[in-house]
Design a protein around this ligand. Structure first.
Ligand SMILES: Nc1ncnc2c1ncn2[C@@H]1O[C@H](COP(=O)(O)OP(=O)(O)OP(=O)(O)O)[C@@H](O)[C@H]1O
Ligand SMILES: [Mg+2]
Length: 358
């Protein structure tokens, strides 16, 4: 509840990609509206930071912004959490307690994880949104509410409506202003700006310098699939900033999984060519080919646990050629301490497999 008394820090959304620039334009258009917003995006794509920004640029900015994850509470607790309760409403209800709708009075209520709301609760929410009133659990009177609702969901609600697990009427009530946040792998152009932002923020906090990032590392960041989206990138940058004290990110700092990805990620890199159709190819053909080459070499070195002869065998090239390529891709200093997670199959078999993540 402390987040309610303390205003959230100013939301900063970094983005250079066409899709993020379109989002910024759209946020400008809806800034004076009070309509319900539905933000759909995978975990870590920035739903909460976007909701915070919408609130901070709205007429309600001087009133509370109240985020609540609907997946954190059991079916019975969520009702009391949202609508509040009166003393004696249930065992343990020792005093009156306002719910999040009341705490957000005049401001914005961010109902996150809508896809986890049970059907029974969906009916109650619909009624509240239609009537703009709530009744506390165990209460006897109706309380009018004045909140702008922003809902967040990790899963697209439309298929859930079709499957009967999400009420259609509630979906239309929420989906007045739809916003879809693309996963980071579909807007790789944002990665450099985001990484710089997170490194600079970490340096500001610690009073240190921003470490230099070598080309091999940028390539690794650009081609990784980022299943945890921006949050994963943020955590990685913070971890590197805290643990790397040599001025240049390299050596031990680079011994993380994403540097030694399996060739499936190379398939993901190829599929980007399609994903960014209509825009110039980020990195250009030569940059992409170099990145693909480093991916495959790093994969072979990971699988062979740094044994270059075995890595050369996997790649079906001579040991001396591998040495030249390692120098050309500037990956000679990278430490390989990753656990063996992939079967050590010759490249051809492994590279033929599709990438389920893309
Ligand atoms: N475009 C962005 N610019 C800067 N920081 C961002 C951006 N997107 C996300 N972040 C940061 O990444 C982290 C995750 O974002 P956020 O919590 O908004 O994601 P989410 O979609 O709500 O995730 P979840 O579904 O797991 O709750 C936060 O620390 C947030 O500040
Ligand atoms: Mg969230």
């Amino acid at each position: 509840m402390t987040a309610i008394e303390t205003p959230p820090p100013e939301a900063i959304i970094v983005g250079r990609s066409v899709r993020m620039r379109a989002l910024f334009d759209f946020l400008g258009v809806i800034r004076n509206s009070d309509s319900t917003v539905l933000i759909t995006g995978e975990s870590g794509t920035g739903k909460e930071v976007t909701a915070t920004m919408i609130h901070q640029h709205s007429r309600r900015r001087n009133r509370p912004f109240v985020p609540v994850s609907c997946s954190l509470f059991s079916e019975t607790l969520i009702e009391s959490e949202l609508f509040g309760h009166e003393r004696g409403a249930f065992t343990g209800a020792v005093k009156d307690r306002p719910g999040r709708f009341e705490l957000a009075a005049g401001g914005t209520l961010f109902l996150d994880d809508m896809d986890d709301v049970p059907l029974g609760m969906q009916v109650k929410l619909l009624r509240v949104l239609q009537n703009r009133t709530i009744e506390r659990l165990g209460g006897t009177h109706v309380v009018p509410i004045n909140v702008r609702v922003i809902a967040g969901t990790k899963h697209d609600l439309k298929p859930m409506v079709a499957a009967g697990t999400f009420r259609e009427d509630l979906f239309y009530r929420l989906n007045v202003v739809p916003i879809t946040l693309p996963p980071l792998r579909q807007r790789r152009d944002d990665i450099p700006a985001l990484a710089r932002h997170f490194f600079e923020r970490a340096a500001r906090r610690s009073g240190g310098e921003v470490a230099a990032i070598p080309e091999a590392m940028w390539q690794a960041l650009m081609r990784y699939a980022w299943p945890g989206n921006v949050r994963e990138l943020e955590n990685l940058c913070e971890r590197i900033a805290q643990t790397c004290h040599c001025g240049t990110v390299g050596h031990g700092c680079l011994s993380f999984d994403l540097l030694a990805q399996d060739p499936g990620s190379a398939t993901a890199a190829r599929s980007d060519v399609v994903a960014t159709a209509g825009e110039p190819l980020a990195g250009g053909l030569d940059g992409r080919l170099r990145a693909l080459e480093s991916t495959l070499i790093l994969w072979a070195l990971k699988v062979s646990q740094g044994n270059k002869s075995r890595a050369a065998e996997l790649l079906q090239i001579k040991r001396s050629t591998l040495g030249d390529r390692i120098k050309r891709c500037r990956i000679e200093d990278i430490a390989y301490d990753g656990q063996l997670s992939e079967p050590s199959e010759p490249l051809q078999h492994a590279a033929d497999e599709g990438d389920a993540r893309s």
